[in-house]
Design a binder for this molecule. Sequence first.
Ligand code: ARG
Length: 627
Amino acid sequence: MDAVSGILLVMNVVNNPLARLEDAALTAVHTVGETHAEGVDASLKPSAKPQFGDFQLNAAMALGKKSGRPPREVAALLVDELVAATGGMDGLLEAPEIAGPGFINIRLRPDALAEALDWMDHGELGVETHVRPHAVTVDVCGVNVAKQMHVGHLRATVIGDTVARLFERLGRTVHRQNHLGDWGLPIAMTLHSLLSRQADLEALDLDTLNTAYRDAQLEAKGDARGLEAARTNHCGPHRIAELESQQSSAMAAQEAARSALVALQAGDREMVAAWKRLIEVTMDEVYRAMSLLNTRIDSSSERGESSFRDSLGEVVDAFVRSGLAVEDDEALVVRFEDRERPMLIRKRDGGFLYATTDLAALRYRVQDLDSDEVVYVVDARQRDHFRDVFDACRMIGWADLPDGTRAELVHLGFGTVLGPDKKPLKTRSGSNFKLMDLLEISIERGTAAVKARAADPNAPTHTLSNDELERIGRAVGIAAIKYADLSGDPGRDYLFDLDRMIAFEGDTGPYLQYAHARISSILSKAGDQFDPEAALVTEHPGERSLALMLLRYGGTIAEAAAHLEPSRLCRYLYALATEFNAFYAACPVLKAETETLRASRLRLASITRRVIADGLECLGIDAPDRM
Ligand code: ARG
């Protein structure tokens, strides 16, 4: 750890009462347990019921068992240590209680709780940001040039961008890398087909381009097997002639595509200009989707397959030189001890593969972008591919940084988006759902919901202009889609059910936005009665559990990033919004009994609002002030 981050870390532990308490628990377990402490869980669990205090430490049972001492006796020793390490009798804690076989119930003193909240309110909301020596790279989006984006790209974008945001929130340098499919035979095929038709490239849009792509693919797809079968089965001459002519035009198309690729590779001016135009047409629409989706993915993230084209030969050479690549039927392959199937890195005809490009990209990410963690947010079906690529990189040493750090390489594979029939989501006519269409439908639905609410003369949005309502509607529609994608386990398939996703009730994005807007409106009603420095009172159980929930925010962000699980943050925000509602139902805020109480509760509401807004920002979800 470098000096700066060391100092920051120490400051955080000193100032964050919760971190001090956790630290004290760890110290107590080690002091009391001595050699038996190894492997004993010293973490503090939030108590299930308020009468059991705020937290529980359950280490006494395990320690007792290992050391052969009665657990309650061990618990008494732990309590003494804990109190001593947290400032003694007037420190952080009320006198801890020992319950049952040796549970330790811990309660923060009200002033310690207030101090902790005050600390988080004045700083980073309890999120510990520190400088780290290396960056993180996140593979996001991964669209293919000349092809429409589909719902799979939604997931690679939304989950990828959020993982990146979580790391950014922790103060880390993050590189989003969009590994565009922008090179190779299919693209050359499309180029050739467009150029030979003298298509107007200036007027091209992604739909037309996508059609040209499909046509070119079809044109080049002969039916060699069918022809063979027709011959052996002695089909009629007409059928054979038909198949023969299809087959020969397919061969011709493939040949033409190959020479187009050669021209492109050789830097032919017309070809390169047309190729650039294809990328532009594709990316115009991609960036429209990226900005609707409120992501931080832009042209600076673009590093497509083509950008590695000149290093592929050298990548293969490096594997040959190190003895890791061997010839197999005139092709070059890398073999792994624990799997039968080798990884092909150069074809017989000298062509390179998807895997070769990923090897080059991974070396670049670790070595040039200086990353100690590279996360690939890509369809789960590419699992074997990434296993091969990662292992090959480790074997050749490209995962090792000069300072001896070994980069962590992770494939965060996501499942398929399913339609109401539980099959991969399709349009009514059975084609793939275009991402843009999906976004537009959700935005329409969000806008309709917002406008319907605004029609009520008592609604806080009643006086807003149509433009403002549409802006909020867009935020709601996008929140619905993103939250549904982020709140589950990414590896699992999920059902695209817009009715459920867009509801203002239940575990949804709009519910969280609504909670945020409601608190904003309470605060705006309070006007200048709100005092950001008011003393915090946490005597009522509703206040107390809200306060404790707020204190968990920083830890939640750290854990969501460490486990690459945005769903942890979703779960937390949902629990927080629910906790706030319970507090609001039990503790009058604007009509509190005393001025002190009102000021304190307004401040609790304000911290809650800030935490929800900050959390939604980490999820890339807008938090409007009115809904
Ligand atoms: N273009 C690829 C596809 O559509 C995804 C790229 C994923 N990233 C990577 N580094 N291979 O399947």
